[in-house]
Structures are given as structure tokens and as C-alpha cells.
Write a protein that binds this ligand. Structure first.
Ligand code: SAM
Length: 286
């Protein structure tokens, strides 16, 4: 009972966080990326990255779970022949997504205010499920992944991204600092936190992330990294154990897996994976 109450509190605080600070930082348009989204060579490469041996088709059912402010619109622009369904718990994020969709007159995108743990309420199944930067924020990532798997088509694939620990060492140090001092997400607190980060020595573990991540200086990006109420990271081995636990490697779901989590801040798995044994050595990567 206590665990259920705790999970509900975490879900509520994650939702409130993204109502106040939608992430990624909202953009007014995607004009610059539009031609890239539609580039036929890139689209073909992205298709075969997920379905290496299958003939191209365009009429996919795609779920973008935890779509944030613009991701689902990018997919809808890129895949005009597909139906994109996007869900999120943050109305503010959905509002930004809706504005962008209206700007481009997209009629292949539908939005739902729905936690991914309840995605089965849609009573649909999907060829491709995209869930990047979301599962590591859930109180129960297993429940989240199992819920997604339950709506994955038999030949379907998932594109997942979760945080990896090592590249985020500096971030976790700063999260502890922020929690210890009780730093919140007000404008003043975020400005002061920016000044603290500016004053960090160049050999602080956060400095690399700071240099690499172009948008880290933005208050909303800084808050997402340093003040998030719920965030955990997975090693490569933990990713594989997690996929096993959630029934993702039983031969039902498709194709090869790729994980790059050794030093990067995130682990990506594309087209998760029955041919799992081919990359089994990755389990032993720390
Ligand atoms: C870091 S953002 C990532 C957005 C998007 N996937 C991307 O990569 O651009 C995380 C998003 O997940 C949403 N989210 C968090 N918990 C969720 C849940 N249980 N169900 C659905 N969406 C959730 C948040 O509201 C937020 O929009």
C-alpha cells in the first residue's frame, strides 16, 4: 500500500514538473528541420535501422510515448503515410505539440493526455513505439516498459532511450547539491544555479556535459537535468536485465539491438531485439 502511495506521489511530482517546465524547450517552428525530416535517403536509413530486412512501407502505426513538446510532430512530418499517436502526462507539453501540428496542418497526428502506464486504454497496437527520455523518470520503469510492450505489434519495434550512469556523474553530484540545499525551480533559483555552474572548475565532472550539451545553459534544460524529482540511470547490463524482465527478448519483438552506454549520458536501444545473443557480450560492459 505504501509503495503504491509513493509511486502515485512520484508520478504526480513528475507531472507537475513538466507542467511548469515542458521539455525539450518548446520551439516556435520546425522549418529548419523540415527538409531534413523529409529527406528520402535519411528516411530509408531510419526505416532499415529498425527493420533491416523488411521491404519499405509507409503506413505504420507509430506511438510516441511521453512525446514532450515537439518529437511527435517531427515523426508526423517525417512519416506522412503513417498514423502517429502521441501521449503525455503534461498538458503544457501537449499544447506546444498541438500548436506545432496546427502550424504544419498535420492530419496524421493524434494527441492524448494519458500516462503511458495506461496506454492499453487506447485499445490499439503499434508497429513502432518511440519512448526516449521518459522511462527513467517513472516510479516503476518495469511497469512502464511492460505497458508499452503490451501494445506492441507482433512484428513491431521499439526505439528507447534511457539515461546511463557514467556520463551523468557530474549531473548526479549536482543533483545531490541541489537537493541538500533545497533548490527549487523558481526563476531566481534557476538563475542562481546557472551562476553556480558557471563558477565550477573546468575539471568538474559536470564540465564535459556542460560543454557537450548545447542547450544546457537554458533554465528549463538545467532544471530537467539537475532538479528533476525522479531520475535513475541504467548500465548496459541493467538495460539487458530490464528488457529480459519485461519480456522484450522472447523472440516476439524484432531485430538487432544497439546500446551505447559506456560513457555517454544516455543508453539507446533501437529495434529491441530477439537477436539478442549477437550482442550478448554487451551485458558485461559496465
Ligand atoms: C524529457 S521529456 C522527453 C520528451 C520526448 N520524448 C523527447 O525525447 O523529446 C519527458 C516527457 O515524458 C513525459 N512523461 C513523464 N512521465 C510520463 C508518463 N508516465 N506517461 C507519459 N508521459 C510521461 C513528460 O511529461 C515529458 O513530456
Amino acid at each position: 500500500m505504501e509503495q503504491i502511495a509513493e509511486a502515485a506521489t512520484i508520478s504526480q511530482s513528475v507531472r507537475s514538473f513538466y507542467e511548469r517546465l515542458p521539455y525539450p524547450p518548446p520551439v516556435a517552428d520546425l522549418d529548419a528541420q523540415r527538409s531534413l525530416c523529409r529527406d528520402p535517403t535519411r528516411r530509408r536509413a531510419l526505416f532499415h535501422q529498425v527493420w533491416p530486412t523488411e521491404p519499405r512501407r509507409e503506413d505504420h502505426e507509430i506511438l510516441v510515448a511521453g512525446c514532450g513538446t515537439s518529437q511527435a510532430v517531427r515523426y508526423a512530418l517525417r512519416e506522412p503515410g503513417a498514423r502517429i499517436t502521441a501521449i503525455d502526462v503534461s498538458e503544457a507539453s501537449l499544447l506546444h505539440t498541438r500548436r506545432l501540428a496546427n502550424r504544419y496542418g498535420l492530419d496524421n497526428l493524434e494527441l492524448h493526455h494519458l500516462p503511458l502506464e495506461r496506454v492499453q486504454n487506447l485499445r490499439r497496437s503499434f508497429d513502432l513505439i518511440v519512448c526516449t527520455g521518459v522511462l527513467h523518470h517513472l516510479p516503476d520503469p518495469d511497469l512502464g516498459l511492460q505497458s508499452l510492450r503490451a501494445v506492441l505489434d507482433r512484428q513491431g519495434a521499439m526505439r528507447l532511450m534511457v539515461y546511463a550512469p557514467y556520463g551523468r556523474t557530474g549531473i548526479y553530484m549536482m543533483q545531490t547539491y541541489c537537493r541538500t540545499l533545497g533548490i527549487g525551480t523558481s526563476d531566481t533559483e534557476l538563475r542562481d544555479l546557472g551562476a553556480v555552474i558557471d563558477a565550477l572548475p573546468s575539471d568538474h565532472p559536470l564540465a564535459t556535459v556542460f560543454r557537450r550539451a548545447r542547450d544546457f545553459r537554458r533554465p528549463d534544460a538545467m532544471a530537467d537535468a539537475l532538479l528533476h524529482p525522479s531520475d535513475r540511470a541504467f548500465t548496459v547490463g541493467e538495460v539487458y536485465d530490464w528488457l529480459d524482465r519485461c519480456g522484450m527478448c522472447d523472440g516476439r519483438s524484432a531485430r538487432g539491438a544497439a546500446c551505447q552506454a559506456r560513457s555517454a549520458p544516455a543508453a539507446r536501444c533501437d529495434g529491441v531485439a530477439s537477436r539478442h545473443d549477437g550482442v550478448a557480450q554487451l551485458r558485461h560492459v559496465p
